[in-house]
Every structure is written in C-alpha cells, then in structure tokens.
Write a protein that binds this ligand. Structure first.
Ligand code: SAM
Ligand code: SF4
Length: 342
C-alpha cells in the first residue's frame, strides 16, 4: 500500500454495534502551552524513546485504514511541536482516496503559520484550532504563557492556504463567559465554524474544576437572549459528540459538546491512540490496549496489530462516567487530555 490500502480486513465493530471509522492519533504529549483546564504548570513529559516513531505512527494508521477507518485526526499534546510532522502528513496524505477520506488536525495554532502550507499540500482540508478568548491578557492567563498574536497569525496563514477552520472553545466560568458571543461573531465573520466544549475532569491541573465548569445549556440560554439558534444537527451525520445550531444573525454554525450535561456515547464512532501506542477505547475510561509492544516485539507485527484492534473493540465501553459536582473532587481520571489526545 498505498497500493490497495482500502479496507481489506474485517471492519471494526464493537459489542454495541458501533462501527469505528474515526481514529484520533496523538503524536506527542508535549505542548508549548499549559492551559489551566488541561495541564498543570509543571508537567513531566515522556522521554522521546517512549514515543512511536513516524514510521510506527504510519504503520498504526495503515492498520486502522485497512479495518475501515475513514478519518484520522492528528492531535496531542500539541502536534505541531513534534519534529517530523511534514513527513507524517505526507505519509498519511498518501492514503487519501485509498481508504482514507479525511486527514485532519487539532492544534493550538502557535506553530501554524510555519505549517499551514505543508498541511494543505498533504491533502488536509479542514483543521480544528483551540482558542478560548480573543483577549490577549486572558489568553496569557488561560494558557499560562501563550501570545495571542502568534495564534491569530497561524489562523490567518491557514485561511490563506485554503484550509477550513473550526474554532474549539472551552467554556470557562471566570475567563470567557462574557466574551463568547463576540468570539462566535468573530469566527462566523471569518467563515469559521465554532464549537463550545464543557470542561471535563481529566487529570490534575492545579485548579478546581468547579471553578471552571459551566453547563453549556446555560450558555445556550444566554446566547438565545440575543440570537436565534436553529438546530441543524440532523443534517450533519458525523457520529460525533457535537450538536449544531445555525446562528441566524451571523449565518454561521455553532456546536455544543456537552459530555457532562448530555451524553452522546450511543453514536460514538472513534478510538484514540496515544503517542506511546496505547489504544484508549473511550476518552472517559482508563481501559487500554498497548499497541507498541505488538509493533516492536512481534515477528508478525501486522497480525499482532490486528489482534490488538480486535481486543480493543471488544473492550470498548458503552459510555464514559464523567461528573463534576463538588469542590475538591478528584478528577474522574488521572490521565490528562494531552496524554490521550483531545
Ligand atoms: N494542543 C492541541 C489543542 O489545544 O488544540 C491539541 C490537543 S488538546 C488536548 C485538544 C482539545 O482538548 C483542545 O480543544 C482543548 O481545549 C481540549 N481540552 C483539553 N483539556 C480539556 C478538558 N479538561 N476538558 C475539556 N476540553 C479539554
Ligand atoms: Fe496544550 Fe492543547 Fe492542552 Fe492547551 S489544550 S495545554 S494547547 S495540549
């Protein structure tokens, strides 16, 4: 392959009849930012030897495509801080039209200015950019170090390169509640969709989740004081957790990801592979299968990989079990989002 890559092995179907067609592939746990809801100020990152090499990431992607995965999202940590991304995107881009329908990326956009053209050349059409505020001071506080200008330059470069952008924004009680309407108008005005996300209790970050968490139905109610929001979810059959509305006043699309107030696990079509080669079948559960050992130690790595995929699918749980309800509550999982790949 790419000669004849298209699904040649049994599709990935779990015990609940859900087809897995979407892989989130994390390429690093490192990041140049330290968002207060994602990481703690002092993070221990993995030594490089623990990470899958570019060749191994490619091998994993191929195994999934052969089992019917149609969409791959490269994520992290911050994927664009890892060396070798042009090579990885070139390799994965070669599978487009040969089993793979979409190759995409989630990024904080700090390095996007340098990489936008490369992504477009590799066949990437759309990317997600995470941005929680347009206020430079608030941005520096939320990310504990970031410079907003760098991110805005990255967004400009991506739009110039012809990439479509969706802005992902975590709703944060004390940081951005009052700016969300302006951000939505800004995104829609530039032709970008936007999705709001409820903060999830993943990993210690040095902040209490109860001081961050805002239920999105409350945000929707507030937006509806000014805007008309029309449900359009039914026309976007993506199997994803986002539920979309059209904002009639801006003409743009707005998504809501509400893992805490509303659970959409029944339609889940995805699994995650970490940068060390662990398959996590659910973002909100700890069960995982180690692919790296199969890759590195087996005499027949392709067969060993496929056996791992079968085991993983069999173990995919029905739903996550997140909750945030009291001060001082431990995170639902010790694992940070940056480890699993958001
Ligand atoms: N660094 C890249 C970025 O920020 O886009 C990719 C990885 S990041 C872990 C992926 C997404 O996860 C981001 O949109 C981020 O806002 C979100 N995220 C991180 N921790 C989260 C949490 N505890 N709850 C909800 N979303 C979270
Ligand atoms: Fe880094 Fe993304 Fe986590 Fe922010 S959300 S600290 S940018 S991995």
């Amino acid at each position: 392959m790419p000669d004849g890559l298209a699904p040649t092995r049994a599709p990935l179907v779990d015990q609940f009849g859900r087809h897995v067609t979407y892989l989130r592939l994390s390429v690093t746990d490192r990041c140049d930012l330290r968002c207060t809801y994602c990481m703690s100020e002092i993070m221990q990152f993995l030594p490089k030897r623990e990470l899958l090499s570019i060749e191994e990431l490619d091998q994993v992607a191929r195994a999934f495509i052969q089992r019917g995965v149609k969409k791959i999202r490269v994520t992290g940590g911050e994927p664009l801080v890892r060396k070798g991304m042009p090579e990885l995107f070139t390799r994965l881009g070669a599978y487009l039209g040969k089993g793979l329908d979409e190759l995409t990326l989630t990024t904080n956009a700090t390095q996007l200015e340098q990489h936008a053209e490369m992504l477009a050349r590799s066949g990437v059409k759309r990317i997600n950019v995470s941005l929680d505020t347009l206020d430079p001071d608030s941005f520096e506080r939320i990310t504990r170090r970031g410079k907003l200008d760098q991110v805005l330059a990255g967004i400009d470069a991506a739009l110039d390169a012809g990439l479509k952008i969706k802005i992902n924004t975590v709703a944060l009680k004390h940081e951005n509640m009052h700016d969300l309407a302006d951000m939505i108008a800004w995104a829609h005005n530039r032709g970008m969709d936007m999705t709001l996300i409820e903060v999830m209790p993943l990993g210690e970050t040095g902040e209490d989740r109860i001081d961050q968490y805002v239920p999105l139905p409350m945000v929707r109610d507030a937006l509806e004081q000014e805007w008309t929001l029309t449900d359009v979810s039914a026309s976007i059959p993506n199997g994803g957790p986002s539920r979309y509305v059209r904002v009639e006043q801006t003409g743009g699309r707005l998504g809501f990801i509400t893992p805490l107030t509303n659970n959409f696990c029944a339609g889940c079509n995805r699994v995650r592979v970490t940068c060390t080669g662990r398959i996590y079948m659910c973002l909100g559960q700890d069960d995982h299968i180690d692919l790296r050992a199969a890759l590195r130690e087996s005499d027949h790595p392709d067969d060993a990989l496929n056996a791992c995929l079968d085991r993983a699918l069999f173990k995919k749980p029905e739903r996550h079990e997140f909750s945030i309800h009291e001060r001082g509550q431990d995170p639902s999982l010790e694992r940070h989002m940056s480890v699993t790949g958001g």
